[in-house]
Design a binder for this molecule. Structure first.
Ligand code: GLU
Length: 499
């Protein structure tokens, strides 16, 4: 059977970075196995729906370079891919469950359900819920005569349809990460499958759709593990037990200090992004997102891939294609992983370097133009090459290379007072003169000259004279790129100012 996986977001807000990792693992498995990655929008909860969230999800996927094989945009033979467009399908299957006695109508009002809970609480029942015991006293298809049920439905009295959870049944299943999981149904309630608005709930719709979309592997976050026994029962009751997907529940992404599930609050506290792209929603605005902060999608994917999966080798840098080739479910980790933003930055540096200076030169030229600096590709490439070890985000290229185009306007007085001594002026002047008469403008010649004239304390001063700063890439390379005239001029200005 061809591998079919799905990412099935509810469009209720921005996509958390943990979901991006879930998307990635689904995508990698499909690509590796020559299968299909399906995007399904689970939009049947009208109360939580945020209209712009679907577009946000699609835009995030586009930015990440993860294109679903089938989905609302791509179409496909297993569609429609939005649950709100599949309402008729759920009707057929809920009728099947009703007829088989695995589901029943329930007419209880919210007040009646609350009263039931209060009664159970008063009787010291630890976890009061609508279940195999309490349903006996409620207003539902199991306690009412059939004719009355039909009359009430015909009269338009609101109802839900609930799953008839067996009283004490042990459900066992093998999770791809956790191994064998056992759950006694007595801890589970009679889940609502169809709501009073006629729309299915998540549990019911997702099982029906996973089956109809021929899903072979359900890869999702660990928070869905407790729901899986419900899904397994539904598979059985619908007659699909033999075609059940493999369930794989991914361990949580943890806060940097390991203090629980990574949240937006942690991200804000530590000052790193928690969402792939910026978002403006009804009750949440995200400005600090990975895209906007300057992370490359490939770097982010590389970073996320290794938070919960390992290749079994020392390799750290992976392109998307490398990840596809190396990925395997067997190497998913079992425990939660701390989110380390320093590592994400490191991956960004590595992927920026990997792309090469030619690519970044164009970016550099655009940034230069914003400060009215005309810079050619020929000038930009060596500068980008020189500064690239100091780059974490693309915007750093211009920040680090800008001094080539602007003479220093100010110097660090304290540094000068500390480093300046009786021989400094002569040494710097001699070096400047030497530069003017170098037979060839080459780094090794500049290097020899500098060795000849350098005295203790002079190097930082020279760097300041040439760049205005105290840190930067190799000074000899800087001089070589600045050229004979600019270097001499900057040194002269510096000496004049010091005097
Ligand atoms: N719609 C669910 C969500 O919002 C999908 C969970 C699953 O993958 O089964 O995450």
């Amino acid at each position: 059977m061809a591998v079919h996986v799905r990412f099935a977001p509810s469009p209720t807000g921005a996509l958390h970075i943990g979901s991006v990792r879930t998307i990635l693992y689904n995508y990698l498995l499909a690509q590796k196995e020559g299968g299909r990655f399906i995007l399904r929008i689970e939009d049947t909860d009208q109360k939580r729906l945020v209209p712009s969230a679907e577009a946000y999800i699609l835009e995030s996927l586009r930015w990440l370079g993860i294109v679903p094989d089938e989905g609302p945009e791509q179409g496909g033979s297993l569609g429609p891919y939005k649950q709100s467009e599949r309402i008729g399908i759920y009707q057929t299957y809920i009728q099947f469950l009703l007829d088989a006695g695995h589901a029943y109508y329930a007419f209880d009002t919210p007040a009646e359900i609350e009263a039931m809970r209060e009664r159970l609480k008063a009787a010291k029942i630890a976890n009061p819920q609508y279940n195999a015991i309490s349903r006996e006293w409620m207003r539902n298809g199991l306690t009412m005569p059939l004719e009355q049920v039909q009359e009430w439905i015909a009269a338009g009295i609101p109802y839900v349809i609930r799953l008839k959870m067996p009283h004490k049944m042990l459900i066992r299943f093998q999770d791809g990460v956790r191994g064998w999981v056992k759950v006694d149904t007595s801890v589970l309630d009679d889940k609502v499958l169809m709501k009073s608005d006629g729309l299915p709930t998540y549990h019911f719709a997702s099982v029906v759709d996973d089956h109809l979309m021929k899903i072979t592997h359900v890869i999702r976050g660990e928070e869905w593990l407790p729901s899986t026994p419900i899904h397994i029962l539904l598979y059985r009751y619908l007659g699909w037990a033999d075609e059940m997907p493999q369930f794989i529940h991914l361990p949580l992404l943890l806060a940097p200090n390991g203090s629980g599930k990574l949240s937006k609050r942690h991200a804000d506290q530590y000052g790193f992004p928690a969402f792939p792209i910026a978002w403006k929603g009804p009750d949440l605005t995200v400005e600090n997102a990975f895209r906007e902060a300057g992370y490359l999608p490939e770097a982010l994917l590389n970073f996320l891939a290794l938070l919960g999966w390992n290749p079994g080798t020392n390799q750290e840098i992976f392109s998307k294609q490398d990840l596809i080739e190396a990925f395997s479910l067997e190497r998913l980790g079992k425990s939660g992983v701390k989110f380390d933003i320093a590592k994400a930055k490191w991956f960004n540096q590595q992927h920026i370097k990997k792309q090469g200076a030619t690519i970044w030169a164009s970016y550099f030229i655009t940034e230069a133009a914003k400060e009215h600096v005309a810079c050619s590709q020929q000038e930009a490439i060596p500068i980008c090459n020189l500064v690239q070890d100091r780059i974490t985000f693309p915007k750093d290229f211009w920040k680090e290379g800008r001094f080539f185009f602007f003479d220093p306007v100010d110097y660090d007085r304290e540094l000068i007072e500390k480093r300046w001594n009786s021989g400094t002026k002569e040494a710097i002047v001699a070096f400047r003169k030497g530069l003017a008469t170098l037979p060839e403008w080459q780094t090794d010649q500049i290097k020899t000259l500098l060795k000849e004239w350098s005295i203790p304390g002079m190097m930082p001063l020279l760097r300041m004279a040439l760049t205005g700063g105290i840190a930067g890439p190799d000074l000899i390379e800087i001089i070589a790129l600045l050229g004979r005239d600019k270097s001499a001029k900057r040194i002269t200005t510096f000496l004049e100012r010091v005097e």
